[in-house]
Design a protein around this ligand. Sequence first.
Ligand code: 5RP
Length: 236
Amino acid sequence: MAAELSPIDQAKFVAARRSVDFVESGMKLGLGTGSTAAWMVRCLAERVRDDGLEVTCVATSTRTVDLARSCGLKVVSLDDVKWLDLTIDGADEFDQNLNLIKGGGAALLQEKIVATASDRMIVIADAAKEVAQLGAFPLPVEVVPFGWQTTKALIEETLYSLDVLNREVSLRMAGDAPLRTDEGHFLLDLNLKRIGNPRQLALVLNQIPGVVENGLFIDICDVVVIGQGDGRVTVR
Ligand code: 5RP
């Protein structure tokens, strides 16, 4: 399956394939969103088919629900199961403390709810996602549409009060209209270049009225499976 892939897709694929080795029969699983998570869903479906594994899945986006069901996986709602054994998801960036930026695929809210409701979270990523300091990837913040420009101004003011030097905030678009998340919210992308104190920023952003959730995942991820373009995999 991996022979004709570009190096980046090969890296995502090998990380995804390795991650499903952590799945055991009977588990309740959270399925992430994004291109790496999509590989994982396909690899998981293969294990279910070939190894007779029985798993119940909760997906983090309508895209992943559709993919998982089309691969023959059993998908239920989080409210059906309430708690999960393991979530496997991608990330936009991770640092040496396994803190993450997520939300490049606009699914951060459900992803954070599902990961937090799991005993363990495994992140699967190509090696380019590893950074010394989070922030080169714009930080997604999910906001309610009502008064979003006021919310944006409050975020900018908060960044200023935290002495954040780069604080470019933009509304994510889908063509000519603001992108809507699965929950009907808007996304603001915060181009900060460097995030000095991710824990503080995550807490402060969520205090602002209108902010639903931010894409900083602090102390949520337990393991990162890192794939390389040449097929090597590291588990950290
Ligand atoms: C979606 C996410 C994705 O996990 C993240 O954007 C990584 O995506 P990809 O695997 O396509 O690089 O957070 O909201």
